[in-house]
Write a protein that binds this ligand. Structure first.
Ligand code: PEP
Ligand code: MG
Length: 559
């Protein structure tokens, strides 16, 4: 028996024989290239062929896998990647080797940025370079795994083509040597509800095809050849996970959520793709409280057209029916860059040209997005908000711009409260907007002057800290009687914290789909009066531990 650890990518456990997927190796020509100019042309043709092939495949694959294929097509057309390989070819390198080496350098650069999202793109770059090298040497395309019996699929990494064809009835779990929590394998595994552990070092050297393997996607553990006890433990943990989720789904119920004393609190989902929306609806989402539209712009060599954006919104409305779709205009900037907008060197990108600031600098981009939202507003209840607004004037500018672009009066327009300066003028702001949505991820980072992506600073970013709780209270007091207040930051996923928010006056909570059953259940068991009392007590706490204890006690009383 051997235990390995990795990143917990999708919760649950599985024990089954390993299906080890090893891509075949192919020969590459040795020695210097004969005709560098011709080789550069062949490289260009191969990259374009790969890009076109990926785009073609994306047409028939919906949701996250389709988005990933499109993003990879854009990478294959990245001029910087091509230029790096071209330079090596002109220096005498064989084109297949040149593209693999350039890809490896690019992938490492992405992985070393320390940014979770960009790092997760590293394996995508390697994948398209592998496809290109195969095309250049005439090797057969990489074969996707096709298990015929129940298994845990083990691989170095899985390409979108591999994951797009996964049979969830046979693949009980996934374990990969590469990958992070936001890599495509993780996203797809979560969407399909398959337990997964990724980023497991030494995985392929430790497991044979057919060998029994257990994975714990909640703890991030892989057990190769588990003994009887370990296998039983994994099976029991898997059963407990399923029962707990089932129980929460039952307690959380379906349909509109109210507290035990009849106070309405909407529990919605944060999504970035149709796939995520589908999964969130299955968890009991009442609608979408945050559509992160910037994901449509990232990894592309030109902005999405009005038609492309309308198609995505239309698909989401079709799934949502009479449930609301709250669209956030693109939050590009900071760590989310788009290849088609020149990057201005910034000393502090998190404090720089991002969100609505970028929208004001490129109004044509914002107007296109507003037009797509206006064009689809008749398909279902729609709301609209802007990220990173810092002043009442900016909020008023946004509302006027949106109405000017044709957003009908049936669409509520609000702003995110992520910048402390805006929170402090909530009462005045509330007179100009229909709602405020508190983005606790950024609001906490700016309140505490602590980078939200730096794990070493996590203690400073505690959502139970007095600054966040007091400013939330201030925002809710300011908005009372003027507009409604929601929360769409990660903090809303914590059921105990969510009850404090309800106590402050928040009437909409939006979170990742997987957290929905637990928050639904917590709200349904609590009373508004209890939430208010706990919130008033938590407001007096000056240490996060004390506020957390107050919230947890409220949860226990109601469980
Ligand atoms: C937030 O800041 O809380 C938020 C929801 O926005 P994002 O996480 O996309 O920055
Ligand atoms: Mg934010």
């Amino acid at each position: 028996m051997k235990r390995l650890t990795g990143v917990a990518a999708s919760p649950g456990t599985a024990v089954a024989p390993a299906y080890v997927h090893r891509p075949d190796v192919y020969e590459m020509p040795e020695g210097p290239v004969d005709d560098p100019d011709r080789a550069v042309v062949r490289l260009g043709e191969a990259l374009e062929g790969i890009a076109a092939g990926l785009e073609g495949a994306a047409v028939v694959v919906s949701g996250a896998p389709g988005d990933i294929l499109r993003a990879q097509a854009a990478m294959a057309r990245d001029p910087a990647l091509r230029a790096a390989a071209t330079e090596a070819i002109l220096g005498g390198e064989q084109p297949s080797r040149a593209i693999l080496e350039a890809g490896e350098r690019f992938a490492r650069q992405l992985e070393e940025t320390g940014n979770e999202y960009l790092a997760a793109r590293g394996p995508d770059v390697r994948h398209i370079c592998d496809l290109t090298a195969r095309a250049l040497v005439g090797a057969p395309p990489r074969v996707s795994p096709h298990p015929v019996e129940s298994c845990v699929l083990v691989a170095d990494d899985l390409s979108p083509a591999d994951t797009a064809t996964l049979d969830a009835a046979l693949v009980r779990g996934l374990a990969t040597a590469a990958g992070s929590r936001t890599s495509h394998t993780s996203v797809v595994a979560q969407g399909l509800g398959i337990p997964a552990v990724v980023g497991v070092r030494g995985l392929l050297d430790s497991v044979e095809h057919g060998q029994l393997i257990g994975i714990d996607g909640t703890a991030g553990e892989v057990v190769i050849d588990p003994d009887h006890d370990a296998a039983e433990k994994l099976a029991a943990a898997g059963a407990a996970h399923r029962i707990r989720r089932e129980r929460l789904r039952v307690v959380g119920g379906t349909g509109p959520v109210t507290t035990a004393d009849g106070h309405r609190v909407e529990v919605a989902a944060n999504v970035g793709s149709v796939e995520e929306l589908r999964a969130a609806l299955a968890e009991g989402a009442e609608g979408v409280g945050l559509l992160r539209t910037e994901l449509l712009y990232i990894d592309r060599d030109r902005p999405p057209t009005v038609e492309e954006q309308s198609a995505l919104l239309g698909e989401m409305h079709a799934l949502l029916g009479s449930r609301r779709l709250l669209v956030r205009t693109f939050d590009i900037g900071a760590d989310k860059h788009v290849p088609f907008l020149p990057v201005r060197p910034e000393r502090n990108p998190e404090l720089g040209l991002r969100g609505i600031r970028l929208g004001r600098a490129h109004p044509e981009l914002l107007d296109d997005q507003l037009r797509a939202i206006a064009a689809t507003a008749s398909l279902g209840p729609t709301a609209l908000m802007a990220p990173m607004v810092a002043s009442v004037d900016e909020a008023r500018w946004f509302v006027e711009r949106a109405r000017g672009a044709g957003i009908p009066s049936s669409v509520e327009i609000g702003v995110m409260v992520e910048v402390p300066a805006l929170a402090l003028v909530a009462a005045e702001l509330a007179g100009y907007v229909d709602f405020l949505s508190i983005g606790t991820n950024d609001l906490t980072q700016y309140l505490n002057a602590a980078d939200r992506r730096d794990p070493d600073l996590a203690p400073l970013l505690d959502a139970y800290g007095p600054a966040l709780l007091r400013i939330m209270n201030l925002v809710c007091r300011g908005a009372t009687g003027r507009c409604w207040v929601g929360v769409c930051g990660e903090a809303a996923s914590d059921p105990a914290w969510a009850l404090l928010a309800v106590g402050f006056g928040v009437t909409e909570l939006s979170m990742q789909g997987v957290a929905i059953p637990e928050v639904r259940a917590a709200v349904r068991r609590a009373t508004l009066e209890g939430c208010r009392r706990a919130a008033a007590l938590a407001l007096r706490a000056i240490r996060p531990e004390d506020a957390r204890m107050i919230a947890r006690e409220l949860m226990e009383v109601t469980t």
